[in-house]
Design a protein around this ligand. Structure first.
Ligand SMILES: *Cc1c(COP(=O)(O)O)cnc(C)c1O
Length: 394
């Protein structure tokens, strides 16, 4: 595939009519190597954040050997793309048929659960298998995260003891897992959750072989600049070391966002301007679901030559569909003279961007190009490595 050196060059020479996804394999590889080298345990990739087979291959080539899958389609996808990978089925509510097929056809041995019903289902679907790693998902707070995952899953403290004891009886290895919510803005989220793990272990008096701190590791967006990931790793390591678990127990994590946010961005075209509202050709039903539905702010950059010297002002966006809901509040800071026909790069869309895309109303595009430049922001590039010209201040 032809590689491009800059988003600006691409927009000004090709003038694409459809939105174009820009992928940066080197950025995903850098994130994966960072986790492999620095996380004090095993990092498995949460596939739902971005299931692209190209990305899965890049992560594998960079040392990620374990994959957190949540559906039988994700099991099949990873098994097909990376036949040597280890799959962990970490959705706490699964179809019995999915468990059976994952176990017998794809060699999946690790499953999560948060109820007695699910434990019975797993035991039944695997014909009482003796080689299971069962991870009990406990409920923890999402208060320090931008996106809550606290309501839907996780066994409540009052029921944890009984479930841990029951799972211990049928598991070859017993784990405890949790998810602090996505985009955790402080390492304290993990410190607090680890205290819940400690309480659960003490109360149930079981031997725990795996502690899985889940996902939630942040990326960087306008107004959401987290502390360095090393601080998260140190906090988790310290908390893990002080848990009442044996020396041979393992520490796992399941990053989604942090491994792929920097992997891709999007070039869109402005089709119309109405005051401070820009009508662009991707939106809520495309790669910008989070911008529309949960008010997520992504960094933006005007791609125009010569560069505008107008001062920045806040804009909101409308996507291309005929639906009022297809609206993104932002604010997105762009030069005051943006007009129809201009191109904009929207950054940090590798996680939960293209994964959510639909073809609703006939919009959306699969066009993808490989870039050699740097992402618009990064948690993995040392600051002294001269900021490339396309990096914007968040
Ligand atoms: C979504 C999810 C993840 C990934 O979360 P991020 O916030 O993207 O890191 C990890 N584990 C489970 C079980 C999830 O549902």
């Amino acid at each position: 595939m032809h590689k491009h050196h800059s988003a600006l060059g691409l927009a000004t020479t090709l003038r694409p009519v459809q939105p174009v996804t820009l992928i940066r394999p080197h950025a995903a590889s850098r994130a994966a190597r960072f986790f492999v080298e620095k996380f004090p345990g095993r990092s498995m990739y949460a596939v739902k954040a971005n299931p692209s087979p190209e990305l899965l291959q890049i992560l594998w080539d960079s040392g990620i050997t374990h994959y957190d899958v949540a559906s039988i389609a994700e099991v099949r996808l990873v098994a097909r793309t990376l036949p040597e990978a280890t799959l962990c089925f970490m959705h706490p509510v699964k179809a019995e048929e999915a468990i059976r097929q994952a176990y017998f056809e794809h060699g999946v041995r690790t499953f999560s659960l948060d109820s007695m019903e699910e434990l019975d289902k797993i035991v039944g679907a695997t014909n009482g298998a003796a080689d299971l790693t069962l991870c009990v998902r406990i409920r923890v707070s999402s208060d320090l995260s931008k996106l809550s995952l606290a309501s839907k899953f996780g066994v409540m403290p009052g029921e944890t003891k009984e479930l841990l004891i029951a799972a211990r009886q049928v598991a070859d290895a017993l784990g405890i897992c949790f998810h602090v919510g996505s985009q955790a803005m402080s390492p304290d989220a993990y410190a607090q959750a680890m205290e819940r793990v400690r309480a659960a272990i003490v109360e149930a008096g079981v031997t725990v072989d795996v502690v899985d701190v889940g996902g939630g590791f942040p990326s960087t967006y306008p107004g959401m600049e987290p502390p360095p990931l090393e601080l998260y790793f140190e906090t988790i390591h310290r908390a893990f070391e002080s848990l009442p678990v044996s020396y041979s127990s393992e520490l796992w994590c399941e990053p989604g966002r942090a491994l792929c946010a920097e992997y891709s961005s999007l070039i869109v075209r402005v089709e119309k301007r109405r005051g401070d509202e820009l009508y662009i050709n991707d939106g809520a039903y495309g790669a910008l679901f989070d911008a529309a539905h949960i008010g997520w702010r992504f960094p933006v950059l005007l791609l125009r030559e010569p560069d505008s010297n107008a001062r920045d002002m806040p804009f909101s966006f409308y996507g291309p569909t005929c639906d009022d809901l297809d609206h993104m509040t932002g604010p997105f800071m762009l030069p005051a003279d943006v007009q129809a026909g201009d191109y904009i790069e929207i950054g940090m869309l590798g996680a939960y961007g293209s994964a959510m895309r639909t073809a609703f109303n006939g919009f959306g595009s699969d066009e993808t190009v490989v870039m050699e430049d740097e992402p618009m922001a990064s948690l993995y590039m040392p600051a002294e490595r001269a900021i490339p010209s396309n990096v914007v201040k968040l």
